[in-house]
Ligand binder design. Structure first.
Ligand code: SAM
Length: 283
């Protein structure tokens, strides 16, 4: 078959399953042929080797079964960059870009800031922070060895492995008391376990321990808040669910200064907690 025929076959197979069947068919074929979009659009009569056609059909099947296209392409866009992604780590969400901006805002007057990230996943947060602040270093933790392997590829690819240390750790289990940072940052799993299986089909392909935070969903967030108050870091910055403001506010219960931030849709999406009561970044 040639490029044009395969593109049409892909569009037919994905019709009614994805929003943009023709576009996704193009993306899948481009990635197998390692060609730009323009190339496949103007060379439609070019024959395709059988092995490439077989891979294309297999990728179409995966997509038809609901696997996110990012896992099939092994590429995800985040903060206007392309990152490597695979099934061992959560697919980065656009709202996490706000977490990065908040972090840079809070740390703006601290020279050579040191950050510890809980739940590095694919590495997008620590990688972007180190990319955007050349004097920043971070210790990036994750309980999942599979996620750490993916993060390592991104950290090396972005040339920040000298300032981002990866470490396998259940929360702070592998962090020594004498390792002190300016900030703890985290986008932890915060969906309730009871939501499992009820959400979009694509979530079934992402690791459970990247999505579900316990019976209520906020358990890990509460553990992170407890850790923060036992340690010497000045700031805790976390992403959270849109409906977790009251849970977090009640849990913090007046300890330190707490500010919530919203996503572009105006929903609560995260918070900054500081041990100093004079802390107000948005004033
Ligand atoms: C929501 S994902 C966030 C990944 C990435 N930071 C991002 O924003 O796309 C949460 C991450 O926390 C990790 N995680 C879950 N429980 C953990 C724990 N107890 N200690 C450390 N990491 C944990 C998961 O493996 C997962 O990579």
């Amino acid at each position: 078959m040639n490029i044009g025929e395969l593109l049409q076959l892909g569009a037919n197979e994905l019709k009614g399953i994805v929003d943009r069947p023709r576009f996704e068919s193009e993306l899948l074929l481009q990635s197998i042929l390692k060609k730009e979009r323009l190339y496949i659009l103007i060379n439609q009569s070019e024959p395709i080797p059988e092995f490439a056609e077989d891979i294309f059909r297999e990728h179409l099947q995966r997509r038809r079964r609901g696997e996110p296209i990012e896992y099939i392409l092994q590429i995800v866009g985040f903060y206007s960059r392309e990152f490597y992604i695979d099934r061992g780590a959560l697919i980065p969400r656009p709202e996490t870009e706000i977490l990065i901006d908040k972090c840079l805002e809070v740390l703006k007057d601290i020279p050579n800031p040191k950050v510890v990230e809980i739940g590095v996943g694919s590495g997008i947060i620590s990688t972007m922070l180190a990319t955007l602040r050349s004097d920043l270093s971070s210790l990036a933790l994750d309980i999942s060895p599979e996620a750490l392997k993916i993060a390592k590829i991104n950290i090396e690819d972005f040339n920040v492995s000298d300032r981002v240390e990866l470490r396998e750790s259940d929360l702070f289990s592998s962090v020594r008391d004498d390792e002190v940072f300016d900030m703890i940052i985290s986008n932890p799993p915060y969906i309730s376990d009871s939501e499992k299986g009820k959400l979009q089909r694509e979530l079934d392909f992402e690791p459970d321990n990247a999505l579900y935070g316990g019976e209520n969903g906020d358990e890990l967030l509460h553990q992170i808040i407890d850790l923060f108050f036992k340690r010497d870091e000045k700031y805790l910055l976390c992403e959270m669910g849109y409906d977790q403001r009251d849970s977090i506010k009640n849990y913090v219960a007046g300890r330190g200064s707490l500010e919530f931030y919203q996503d572009l849709a105006g929903h609560d999406r995260g918070f900054v907690l500081s041990k100093s009561s004079a802390f107000l970044i948005y004033s």
